[in-house]
Design a protein around this ligand. Structure first.
Ligand SMILES: Cc1ncc(COP(=O)(O)O)c(C=O)c1O
Length: 741
């Protein structure tokens, strides 16, 4: 069914078609002799591919005469731009001295030496593409280790015939692949150990490039180094894209030395290029002076154009300073985009490192492939068409690689253009979600739009956080409080003043109850009132202390949970709530409660469903066999609705569930995951479950109904190792929806 996003895309495609008639004509002609008019899949896009007449520096001219700023940079190969004079001169000289010589030339040893020095390679060999470089490196690893298997990663891309999306592509060459999840330390370690005896190599990009510019976590990459060594498998870093992220590649930035490195793209100065190299004892297998050496053929491996352009690029153009500038420009662009997304309140993220970026419609940071995959792909298409229509060229999938001629002014214009896209399509874009964080520090030092002062009803500045805030803000704060709130504020209420000498912009004074005399509702209300004031002030970031938890004596665990409940109940449009505390133990408790928040909200959602009459819905919380992840499954009779593990963070099958998410919203989500579920009565179960959950909430404890480490026959355990056992709720009755057949 067409929706408004489809309509927007349709209109954008029509504008594109009207603006590019010659590209369309060319495409029609190309289809006579190329399948789909295309000989490089990644360049195809709907409604038909844009074609270029030429390029200069970082500017492209389309067949229809429009000029675009090129931020694609030929997927990193175009680092030098389209007309770098020193490279053109080197290529012309090479042409003048004769092409396709069919013998060795002097330039190849020069380029080889430059690459060996730059990337710390013992020896290196050239190919015509990054794909070939990886193919040869893998063949070498299999031969060297005499083992058949290669570990790669979902989302990894090592060339047209070495492509691993969700699974190896049908055109991927038939090695014995073991496919792991990128940045998954424990899972990958287990796979390497499982296959250790058969594993020839681990092939990895230190940052997933085509897979979404997802940086490899240093600990993950170091684990690969350690485990590959232990398994006596070769670690191959595919730095075809990432070698531009530092003078010695990303490996030198990370301080991790692989056994082999594959290279390509810009290192051939913009000509066809690939290379693989590394440990001299391994690379020596290709030494033709050795008995039984391996052959490595390739008519154009040492072609003079690539060799000349590569040498000129590295010796005359790409100084370390120029490279550092380029990557710093990329970092500034990423920061500028992040500020834009924040300011406009949309869920978008620019991932990557230095000069390589990818635009996503999911919240950052992105660690895993699935994080990036959650977005609607039509949004990327819409952005791509908008940018092409407004003078910018990037990859359809949101990929950007800055080239040397791109300027800061180009980047500023780009940020503005993305801003105009957001303004145009705001209603179609996912809004930004609230982030709840813990900060160990001094609340009076927070540079936020508002800090919350846990005030007394009299608003006169007392002890605890209140006193600290008054002291740091100076006497003006008290004077303003007295003037604005002459009769104070009610318990559970809030009001604002200026921040005076504090670095924050405003102070929101929120009055919490004293434990024993006030109610929990008043405590929740203090948060809700403060957040309402924050919204009225247009604040984006607010720092809270734990209200009522100090001299007012509220038990800490409940004070934390009441804070979360207040945030969830407020429906605030803030971007960030910080809980700030100078105490390690409180910070840890809040952190733990945040971690517990997602599964707790799921358990609370089940109770909310019972209250709506869906009493057949059951929840079962427990620990994974490793004891590392907490799990919860939700079922209705024999039907599984949800299997959640804390290993998935806050993602509950496509919904981001955090401390700030109301349980009711999670209940709606559970229903949407289970179409056709009908209300059904099971009062005994619902009552038993409600009692269990009250205990869980009162004790702020992580409940387990199953785990390897305890005998669960006598019920749930409320709290890790607490020994507090509560009988399982009564067996659920038969699910009526299962009865019909
Ligand atoms: C990481 C990586 N490896 C290998 C390749 C393949 O290089 P080529 O297109 O030169 O075959 C690419 C190309 O995008 C790449 O990004």
């Amino acid at each position: 069914m067409a929706d408004s996003l489809d309509s927007a895309l349709h209109a954008a495609a029509e504008r594109f078609t009207a603006a590019n008639p010659l590209s369309k004509q060319r495409w029609d002609a190309a289809r006579q002799s190329l399948p789909g008019g295309n000989t490089r899949t990644v360049l195809f896009h709907d409604p038909f591919p844009l074609a270029f007449a030429g390029g200069r520096d970082a500017t492209l001219t389309t067949l229809d005469g429009a000029t675009l700023t090129d931020l694609l940079g030929e997927f990193t190969a175009g680092l030098f731009g389209h007309s770098e004079a020193r490279i053109l001169r080197a290529v012309h000289e090479a042409l003048d001295s004769g092409i396709s010589l069919g013998g060795h030339n002097d330039r190849e040893q020069h380029l080889a030496r430059l690459l060996c020095e730059r990337f710390g390679l013992g020896l290196v060999r050239f190919t015509n593409s990054g794909t070939e470089a990886n193919l040869m490196a893998l063949a070498l690893a299999v031969e060297y280790t005499r083992r058949p298997k290669v570990l790669v990663f979902r989302g990894g891309y090592h060339g047209g015939v070495l492509s691993f999306g969700d699974k190896p592509s049908p055109v991927t060459v038939p090695h014995q692949w073991v496919v792991a999840d990128y940045n998954d330390v424990s899972g990958t370690r287990a796979l390497i150990r499982e296959h250790a005896g058969d594993l020839a190599a681990v092939l990895v990009e230190p940052m997933l490039g085509s897979g979404g510019a997802i940086p490899g976590a240093p600990g993950f990459l170091q684990m690969l180094r350690d485990e590959a060594s232990a398994a006596k498998a070769l670690l191959i870093f595919d730095e075809v894209m990432t070698s531009r992220l530092g003078p010695g590649g990303l490996q030198r930035e990370l301080g991790i030395q692989p056994d082999l490195t594959t290279l390509g793209k810009y290192l051939g100065g913009g000509m066809s290029f690939g290379a693989f190299g590394g440990r001299a004892d391994v690379m020596a297998y290709f030494d033709p002076t050795r008995n039984g050496h391996l052959a490595h053929a390739g008519t154009f491996n040492n072609n003079v154009l690539t060799m000349a352009a590569g040498v000129a690029g590295l010796t005359e153009v790409l100084t370390d300073a120029a490279l550092a500038d380029l990557n710093a420009r990329g970092d500034r662009l990423r920061d500028g985009l992040a500020a834009l997304f924040d300011e406009r309140g949309v869920t978008m993220h620019a991932s990557g490192i230095g000069s390589i970026l990818t635009l996503h419609f999911v919240p950052g940071p992105i660690h895993r492939l699935e994080d990036a995959a959650a977005a609607d792909p039509r949004l990327r298409q819409l952005l791509f068409l908008w940018l092409a229509d407004h003078g910018f060229w990037i990859a359809q999938r949101g990929f950007i690689a800055l080239s040397l001629p791109v300027t800061d002014a180009d980047c500023d214009r780009f940020v503005e253009c993305v801003g105009s896209f957001i303004d145009e399509y705001r209603d179609l874009l996912p809004p930004q979600r609230l982030r709840v964080r813990v900060i160990r520090g001094d609340i009076t030092e927070q540079r936020v739009d508002a800090i919350v002062n846990a005030a007394s009803p009299a608003m006169r500045g007392g002890g605890g956080v209140d006193g600290a805030i008054h002291r740091a803000a100076g006497p003006g704060l008290l004077a303003e409080c007295v003037e604005r709130f002459p009769s104070g504020l009610p318990v559970g209420g809030a009001g604002w003043t200026d921040a005076h000498d504090l670095p924050a912009s405003r102070v929101i004074h929120a009055v919490g109850p004293v434990h024993g005399s006030g109610s929990r509702d008043q405590l929740v209300s203090a948060y809700v009132s403060a957040l309402r004031v924050a919204d009225e002030l247009g604040a984006r970031t607010v720092a809270f202390p734990l209200i009522s938890a100090g001299v007012y004596g509220w038990p800490r665990a409940d004070a934390i949970q009441a804070g979360f409940d207040g945030i969830a109940a407020s429906g605030t449009s803030l971007r960030e709530v910080r809980f700030v505390t100078p105490h390690d133990d409180i910070a840890r408790d809040i952190e733990a409660a945040l971690w517990r928040a997602t599964p707790l909200r799921i358990l609370q959602a089940v109770r909310a469903l019972h209250e709506r009459g869906f009493e057949s819905v059951r929840a079962r919380p427990g620990m994974s066999p490793s004891g590392m992840y907490w799990r919860v499954s939700v079922m209705a009779g024999a039907r599984d609705i949800l299997g959640y593990t804390t290993g998935n963070g806050s993602d509950v099958v496509g919904m981001d569930v955090t401390a700030a998410t109301p349980a009711e919203a999670v209940a709606d989500h559970l229903l949407s995951l289970s179409p056709g579920l009908e209300p059904a009565a099971d009062a005994a179960y619902a009552e038993g479950y409600r009692d269990l959950l009250s205990l869980v909430e009162e004790n702020a404890a992580r409940p387990s109904a199953f785990a390897d480490y305890f005998d669960d026959s006598d019920g749930w355990e409320i709290g890790w190792g607490s020994g507090m056992r509560v009988p399982h709720p009564p067996e659920a009755r038969e699910d009526p929806s299962q009865r019909s057949n």
